[in-house]
Ligand binder design. Structure first.
Ligand SMILES: C[S@@+](CC[C@H](N)C(=O)[O-])C[C@H]1O[C@@H](n2cnc3c(N)ncnc32)[C@H](O)[C@@H]1O
Length: 383
């Protein structure tokens, strides 16, 4: 738009338009950047702007809506969001944010966008913004605030949501695999439980292989199974890249696993979940999640655990983990397993701080250590 030259703002705005049309931001933006010819600094700016404006789009839309009445066409709306984000959240100086963003807009809409962004700049300069409520300020769907507020308590939920507005910083394991520190903590906990328990380990929901490859460093043999064939290929690829010869991969529905009973020293069910503990990871995840997913996923989690338990050998351990914070997928699953897996089963000590006990398992809140949010529960099979 700016005289044919590709700019960081132009790429970010195009990515916002594509995301609005249903494309995944984490796929579309890298694709656009790879053909943009932008240097590293500009790519970083485009990424921060596109992901940030998408994450904070409810807040940005509210700011824009204070001064622009009526429906804006897609490119203008995306540019307005990008402008509002630079002014309110990136603290880009107003003169740069306004003029460079307006330049990315079709000429017929420039006067309107210019006026709106100037008014937002004045609002931001005038002191703390009086947001209509925390859902707008923190930019989450109301149902996410309500769900986590009820499940964690309002204060803890708000702190978790605030923390998940920070972009995730990648952490690299000693073997070179990039994995969030929260997931690494789950891996370490599971590895600790498995230490001294010879025998193969099954990761029933393994893709893309973060925990399978972590556990392979300390276990004689790890089977990584997953229901999605293309995702199983990721597990195989990651194991090969890390030169792990003790990993086998299997395409299998974990609710009907093709394995013999009592054949594993450890079975990890790192289950599909609502992902409300990892909302900082994908900028559009909060807008894609649906409240009705929680019940459906909780019943799938129950089915996976029921199918996994018989595979654990006496003396072995069954571990459940999810990257979410809802009660139905954490405490209620613990209660359900306490009822369904009684008798020969006994809870293992949960991990200590920064994890906090929840039921017989433990919860890692995002604000506790600046990681993704996780829940873990481990139970030993006595006989
Ligand atoms: C949270 S991810 C697993 C992450 C993985 N353990 C890691 O650390 O890299 C959940 C996985 O469960 C898989 N999945 C969903 N339904 C499944 C089922 N019925 N059986 C086995 N895997 C399933 C999904 O394909 C997805 O890869």
């Amino acid at each position: 738009m700016s005289e044919g030259r590709v700019t960081a703002r132009g790429v970010a705005i195009s990515a916002l338009v594509a995301a609005e049309e249903g494309e995944r931001a984490n796929l579309v933006l890298p694709r656009m950047l790879s053909v943009s010819g932008l240097d590293e600094r500009d790519r970083g700016f485009a990424t921060e702007l596109a992901y940030g404006a998408l994450r904070m789009c409810r807040a940005c839309d509210w700011l824009v809506g204070q001064f622009a009445k009526g429906e804006l066409e897609p490119t203008v709306r995306a540019a307005a969001r990008a402008g509002a984000y630079q002014l309110a959240f990136m603290r880009v100086p107003a003169y740069a944010a306004v003029s460079a963003t307006v330049a990315e807009c079709p000429s017929r809409a420039r006067p309107l966008l210019n006026a709106v962004l100037r008014r937002i700049a004045d609002l931001v300069a005038g002191g703390p913004i009086r947001w209509p409520g925390p859902g707008t300020k923190l930019s989450y769907p109301d149902w996410v605030l309500a769900r986590l507020g009820e499940d964690l308590g309002a204060e803890r939920a708000l702190a978790a949501l605030q923390q998940m507005n920070q972009a995730a910083s990648p952490s690299t394991r000693p073997d070179g695999y990039i994995q969030d520190a929260g997931s690494q903590a789950v891996g370490e906990y599971v590895a600790g439980l498995l230490a001294g328990r010879p025998g193969p380990v099954l990761d029933l929901c393994a893709a893309p292989g973060g925990k399978t490859t972590f556990l392979a460093h300390g276990s004689p043999f790890v089977v990584g199974a997953d229901v999605a064939p293309a995702r199983v290929a990721l597990v195989a690829g990651n194991a090969a890249r890390l030169q792990l010869a003790n990993v086998a991969v299997v395409v299998a529905d974990g609710s009907q696993p093709p394995f013999r009973e009592k054949s594993f020293a450890g079975v990890l069910v790192d289950a599909p979940c609502s992902g409300l503990g990892v909302l900082r990871r994908r900028p559009d995840a909060r807008w894609r999640a649906r409240p009705e997913d929680i019940g459906r996923l909780a019943s799938l989690q129950g089915r996976l655990l029921s199918a996994a338990a018989p595979l654990v050998a006496p003396g072995g351990v069954l571990i459940y983990s999810v990257c979410t914070l809802t009660r139905r997928e954490t405490l209620d699953i613990d209660k359900w397993t306490a009822g369904g897996l009684a008798g020969e089963w006994e809870a293992a000590p949960p991990p200590g701080p920064p994890w906090e006990p929840l039921g017989r398992g433990a919860l890692l809140l995002p604000q506790a250590a600046g990681t993704d949010g996780m829940y873990v529960l481990a139970i030993y099979r006595r006989r």
